[in-house]
Design a binder for this molecule. Structure first.
Ligand code: HXC
Ligand code: NAP
Length: 284
């Protein structure tokens, strides 16, 4: 789909780049010629991702960092510059989420999620954005939100995440305009369900629930990590140079299925449709 040097000369920082979708993006973007820097709280997954990139001939380095702490984010960016040079691209992918009845949440539980998703995204964006503006150099930001942010519906049982991701989407659209004059593009990807250890362990309550989720999906399948990584590669590339402030949903049509009043008719068997059609013809 892409030339293998699509992102040559680029230096990309991915938060949460040691696991799941962040790792998948790191491997794909490195394979397209970018230098990668991945950050997260745990060293093990970050080291593994970097080793995998290097084994494939790419350049990668990492640092541990809790994105909720602005000072730690500034230090992490300094470490990135030392290791891989000036960062020109930021993927705000780190997140926290879990299912819970909202009335059972403590304020600290709410804060744990909004701190990672909204504050963390703002911290990385602010720290790098300031540098780019001061140096009069262009930049590129991609924020990973969710389909329930893009639809505007939010979602019950993941209220801290719904609130935080809505904020990240507002940040995306606001800064796309404010920072366009500094040649900084800001876009978002809104994924539907993509199986990852991090998401599935916290959001899929049972195998039965997972089967039901898959069976009721319009495409009868979940997303593949490569599909999301390819979308990220395109949005970050120069080929997407005029796309700014956009949020691309990648969910196989899932949120639209819930929105269309008659979409549940997809479950009606052909035999029932034929009976309805026969009855209509008889009554004409
Ligand atoms: C209720 C919970 C809880 C749960 C934690 N808490 N888990 N409350 N239900 N399942 C509460 C704790 O009791 C505590 O409150 C507060 O939250 C902070 O908990 P800690 O464990 O101290 O927090 P911390 O170590 O900072 O961990 C943050 C975390 C954790 C968000 C709670 O899950 C995490 O590290 N997640 C990172 C990875 C992740 O979540 N990946 C999934 C992304 S998927 P008290 O009051 O007791 O102190 C995603 C996709 C969504 O976002 C869309 C899918 C289709
Ligand atoms: P994941 O593997 O759990 O990814 C979350 C990453 O964020 C982890 O690498 C984690 O590493 C890092 N992280 C969490 N808290 C952090 C903190 N305080 N500071 C720094 N890093 C932190 O889950 P995923 O499914 O790949 O999710 C990736 C992104 O996709 C998230 O933005 C998520 O909301 C979004 N998304 C996923 C799905 C899905 O179905 N998978 C759907 C919609 C949206 P550490 O724990 O080591 O810090």
């Amino acid at each position: 789909m892409f030339k293998t040097d699509l992102l040559a000369g680029r230096t990309i920082l991915i938060t949460g780049g040691g696991t799941g979708l962040g790792r998948a993006m790191a491997l794909r973007l490195a394979g397209l010629g970018a230098k990668l820097f991945v950050a997260g709280r745990r060293e093990g997954p970050l080291t593994e991702t970097c080793q995998t990139i290097r084994k494939a001939g790419g350049t990668a380095a990492s640092a541990t960092c809790d994105v909720r702490d602005f000072g730690a984010v500034e230090k992490m960016i300094e470490a990135a510059e030392q290791a891989v040079g000036r960062v020109d691209t930021l993927v705000n992918n780190a997140a926290g989420n879990f299912i819970a009845r909202t009335e059972k949440l403590s304020p600290n539980a709410f804060r744990a999620v909004t701190g990672i998703v909204l504050d963390g995204t703002f911290h990385c964006t602010l720290a790098l954005g300031r540098k780019w503006i001061a140096a009069a150099q262009p930049g590129n930001i991609l924020n990973i939100v969710t389909s329930y942010a893009a639809s505007g519906s939010g979602s019950g049982f993941v209220v801290p995440s719904a609130c935080a991701k809505a904020g990240v989407l507002a940040l995306t659209r606001s800064l796309a305009v404010e920072w366009a004059r500094h040649r900084i593009r800001v876009n978002a990807i809104a994924p539907g369900p993509f199986p990852t250890e991090g998401a599935w362990s916290r959001l899929m309550p049972s195998a039965e629930y997972e089967k039901r989720a898959k069976d009721s999906h319009p495409m009868k399948r979940f997303g593949r990590q490569e599909e999301l990584a390819d979308l990220a590669a395109f949005l970050l590339s120069e080929q997407a140079g005029y796309i700014n402030g956009e949020c691309v949903v990648i969910d196989g049509g899932l949120w639209l299925k819930g929105a269309g009043e008659f979409n549940d008719l997809a479950d009606l068997p052909d035999a029932a449709w034929e009976m309805l059609e026969q009855a209509r013809k008889r009554s004409q």
